[in-house]
Ligand binder design. Structure first.
Ligand SMILES: Nc1nc2c(c(=O)[nH]1)N[C@H]1C(S)=C(S)[C@@H](COP(=O)(O)OP(=O)(O)OC[C@H]3O[C@@H](n4cnc5c(=O)[nH]c(N)nc54)[C@H](O)[C@@H]3O)O[C@H]1N2
Ligand SMILES: Nc1nc2c(c(=O)[nH]1)N[C@H]1C(S)=C(S)[C@@H](COP(=O)(O)OP(=O)(O)OC[C@H]3O[C@@H](n4cnc5c(=O)[nH]c(N)nc54)[C@H](O)[C@@H]3O)O[C@H]1N2
Ligand SMILES: [Mo]
Length: 826
């Protein structure tokens, strides 16, 4: 075993500072710097040649011919893993469904005070001059604030926007709202809604966006790797900033490592196949029961680390009482667990012992917590890992971000660029988890949006406090697609009839843009200058994102739109600080320049960097390859306590006990979901999992020719176990109607042996394409899965979304199916 020295403790701090962590101020002295150094030059568009740029899916090289993008490809490959998303930039820029001009819904234009909101999604569109649209928006914001206060303006505006620290649409929106009078925002996110709220109680950090024990140490030390509800080869195709593809490199090494790898997942997913791992086909939503069976067996056979539990955790005995059924008289033994999770007792026992007797790394994904009672899964993983006693050892414990944004790729030594901020004068780096920044005075949990719109004044419990929903009259959405990302689309359609005004800045006529009253056309990131880091945890490089082509049609940058709106409030100077986008970009770069210099390293001056059209790369110092999460805590729990009330890992939380919630107790518990395969009276036959798509980023790229590579019968695919399909007389390529009490969609059948029986998968992100536009309950022709999911909080603790808790029916669709029309101009 390696000796954990002082140096490593410093690395921990270093890594956390530069990882994609919210609430961390990156030290800059950019304000002083600015006046002296900002140069006055602009980007000259390349007519024939190459432009380097970045997207969430990697650093790209665009080939330009006669002023048009003709080719898009990655510039760096770290493995043989193919990332199809990197080749379709031209499809995005020249898409048929680009929004060309500012557009206003006809009834809204006629009378904004009585705009017939029931016609949203089904009205005519009228082109208006840009200046008129700006005036309309500004007037409505002023009116709403006067009538309802700042809380009446909702600008939570969740979404993945595009890469770039300047044109960060959501932050730009918040900045605009903050300088003009305030708004209602949101708490948390859709990704880790449950885990990020429970983990601070358990570990003292949100854990899900933290640097992981380094991949090199995993490869060197782990004997067993458990991939728990994660699909690394798929979800590592993207990063929040821009992917440096380091995760692929390590995944390839893991494949060739001969380690024992086990995937616990209702689907034998691509990662399981790629790694040639052992598949454990669990019943969806039952991981907690599975782990409890393991925990019980470890205790019964005396194979658990009592010393670790004593020294580093709090309240294990109470959890043990629960396992042994002291209160509820239910003993959570392997027999009990097996009946729920569908994995046989022998396997549960063997797996528990395998994990205890070998150095084991549990790499968990997040789909498992995107479910009712989702708080329990990650809590139970931490509990199980505590029993194994390997937390803080090289290659042992758990990691909640190996599948995301290249977590575990060692952090480089170098500066981090700044970014536009949601409040003026703030020095927060917005390249990190900026969406978790608290920039609004008032917020409610993000996935409660439909509930909030429908029930103004309603009070809900949230993590120990009470939140009262505001009365929202005005919505501004940029860089997100709630009509696709939010659960239970039909309820959302109803909810979106409630506000008086909905404004959306979009590139394309997305289902969300179509539900708006005013639509502002915006540029893609290839039509404006920007800058980004590549590698969220690694901070591998600074990538220039020079404008590659002319702005299309009347598209404008979000920044310009908000500058013009700010003028209507006399707030332009405060908003923009009188800077052009390129001047901001120079400043963000200079902040990294100075940090780098302070570290004793050198990078080019901004002008040289910008003109060179190539990334600036940083090196990984050896000590960062030796980073072990929780090593300091393990070494000295007294001097390096966790941020929990006890300073230890809380298997029992007094803070949660005080909240007295029925749906989240003070210790990890098994709760039976409202909809799952094992329930007594099922309202539908199949469990639905809604994974993240392999060939999209959520809904992004659905409108490109990449869709031809996966669409079946010109619909989103539904994956069905072969035997289940045969029993329903469904064949490969058939159109299937998928339905439940919440709605119905069409999808194209793909028969597979890689799904547990009784489970179907439809990936999230297919654009909602209603047969009857604007109508509640209508059939979706393209297969948007959220028509079928349930809009239900995980629990009162986190109020996360429960996307993976749903049952559906399937049948062969025999009527003539109308073709999709969502990827055209409306
Ligand atoms: N059933 C189910 N639902 C889910 C999930 C699930 O697992 N299952 N996952 C959830 C998760 S984790 C997430 S993160 C969400 C994702 O939900 P979203 O983040 O809303 O999804 P995207 O498709 O990335 O939407 C981004 C939108 O921003 C637009 N855009 C891009 N760049 C710009 C820009 O510069 N300016 C403006 N104004 N617009 C821009 C794009 O065109 C696109 O429409 O979905 C959630 N929904
Ligand atoms: N290509 C691509 N990559 C992405 C994204 C994308 O849209 N496309 N989105 C990015 C974003 S915003 C996020 S938040 C992350 C999401 O990352 P995750 O949340 O980890 O991804 P998911 O696809 O929701 O789920 C991963 C795995 O969980 C399994 N699973 C589902 N239900 C259960 C269950 O009950 N038990 C068990 N054991 N397993 C289950 C699924 O079969 C799937 O293999 O991915 C990021 N990466
Ligand atoms: Mo996400």
């Amino acid at each position: 075993m390696k000796n954990i020295d002082k140096k490593r403790r410093n690395i921990l701090k270093y890594a956390v500072l530069f990882a994609a962590v919210p609430f961390v101020d990156v030290v800059t002295n950019r304000t002083n710097l600015l006046a002296a150094t900002v140069s006055k030059f602009s980007t000259t568009l390349v007519q024939n040649g190459e432009v380097i740029t970045a997207a969430h899916w990697g650093t790209l090289k665009l080939t330009i011919k006669d002023g048009k993008i003709v080719k898009s490809e990655p510039i760096q490959k770290t493995s043989d893993i193919y990332n199809p998303l990197q080749y379709y930039t031209q499809d995005l820029v020249y898409a048929k469904d680009r929004i060309k001009y500012p557009m206003v819904r006809k009834s809204y234009l006629e009378n904004p005070n009585n705009s017939k909101p029931e016609l949203r999604g089904n009205d005519e569109w009228v082109r208006v001059p840009y200046e008129k649209a700006i005036k309309l928006i500004a007037n409505e914001i002023k009116k709403t604030r006067k009538e309802k206060g700042a809380e009446g303006v909702f600008a939570g505006s969740y979404g993945w926007k595009s890469s770039g620290n300047m044109h960060n649409s959501r932050v730009l929106l918040h900045r605009f709202m903050n300088v003009t009078g305030g708004f209602t925002g949101t708490l948390g996110d859709y990704s880790t809604g449950a885990a990020q709220v429970i983990m601070p109680h358990v570990l003292g950090t949100i854990e899900v966006y933290e640097q992981q024990t380094s991949w090199p140490l995993v490869l060197e030390n782990s004997e067993v790797v458990i991939i728990w509800g994660a699909n690394l080869i798929r979800t590592l195709k993207l990063s929040w900033t821009s992917s440096d593809e380091q995760g692929f490199k390590y995944l390839e090494k893991l494949k060739n490592s001969n380690k024992k790898i086990i995937c616990i997942d209702p689907e034998k997913n691509e990662t399981c196949t790629y790694l040639n791992a052992k598949w454990q086909p669990i019943v969806p939503g039952t991981d907690v029961a599975f782990m409890m069976g393991m925990a019980y067996h470890l205790i019964k056979t005396e194979n658990y680390d009592k010393k670790f539990l004593e020294e580093y955790t709090e309240g294990f005995d109470k959890f043990k009482d629960y396992l042994f059924g002291k209160e509820d008289k239910v003993i959570k033994n392997t027999k009990w667990a097996s009946k729920i999770c569908g994995i046989d007792e022998k396997t549960i026992k063997e797996l528990a012992l395998l994990m205890y007797k070998n150095r084991t790394m549990i790499m968990a994904g997040w789909g498992i917590q995107r479910a009712q009672y989702g708080e329990q899964t990650h809590w139970m993983i931490v509990t199980l890992a505590s029993m194994l006693g390997q937390i803080g050892l090289p290659g042992g414990g758990f990691g909640f971000s190996y599948h995301y944004s290249n977590g575990g790729a060692p952090t480089t030594k170098g500066g981090v660029i700044g970014g536009i901020t949601s409040t003026v004068g703030s020095t927060k780096n917005t390249g990190g988890a900026s969406w978790l920044e608290k920039s609004a005075k008032f917020s409610f949990p993000v996935a409660r949006i439909a509930d909030a719109l429908l029930n103004p004044g309603k009070k809900i419990n949230h993590n120990g406090s009470v939140v009262t929903y505001p009365d929202i009259d005005f919505i501004y959405w940029v860089g997100g697609n709630p009509m696709v990302h939010h659960q239970d689309t039909n309820t959302l359609v109803k909810a979106l009839r409630k506000p008086k005004t909905i404004v959306v800045n979009e590139i394309f006529w997305t289902p969300t843009a179509r539900m708006a009253d005013i639509v502002m056309p915006v540029t893609t990131s290839y039509e404006r200058d920007d800058i980004t880091m590549s590698g969220d945890y690694s901070n591998s490089s600074i990538v220039p994102m020079k404008q590659a082509v002319e702005k299309q049609n009347e598209a404008r940058d979000d920044y310009d739109i908000f500058c013009d709106l700010a003028k209507e409030f006399g707030a332009y100077e405060e908003y923009s600080q009188n800077k052009t986008a390129l001047q901001w970009i120079e400043e963000f770069y200079n902040s990294a320049y100075n940090q780098t210099k302070n570290l004793g390293l050198e990078i080019p001056k901004f002008k040289d960097f910008w003109e060179a059209n190539k990334p600036v790369n940083f090196e990984v110092p050896f000590e960062n390859t030796e980073f072990i999460r929780y090593a300091d805590f393990r070494e000295d729990p007294i001097l390096e306590p966790l941020g929990t009330p006890s300073g230890k890992i809380e298997i029992y939380s007094k803070a949660i006990e005080k909240m007295n919630y029925k749906d989240c107790r003070a210790y990890p518990s098994w709760f039976e979901p409202d909809e799952w395969l094992g329930m007594k009276k099922k309202n539908a036959e199949f469990a639905l999992i809604t994974s993240h798509p392999d060939k999209r980023l959520h809904s992004q790229l659905n409108n490109t020719t990449l869709r031809d590579k996966y669409a079946v019968a010109n619909r989103e695919p539904i994956f069905i176990n072969r035997r289940d399909a045969i029993s329903k007389n469904i064949k490969d390529g058939d159109i299937v109607r998928v339905y439940n009490q919440r709605g119905e969609i069409l999808a194209g059948a793909v028969l597979t042996d890689d799904l547990r029986t009784g489970v179907v998968r439809i990936d999230e992100g297919a654009w909602y394409d209603p047969l009857e536009r604007g109508k509640i309950g209508t059939l979706c022709l393209n297969g948007c899965v959220n028509v079928l999911t349930k809009d239900m909080p995980t629990s009162q603790l986190a109020n996360g979304n429960s996307s993976n808790t749903a049952l559906v029916n399937i049948e062969k669709y025999t009527k003539p199916a109308k073709d999709i029309s969502i990827f055209k101009q409306p």
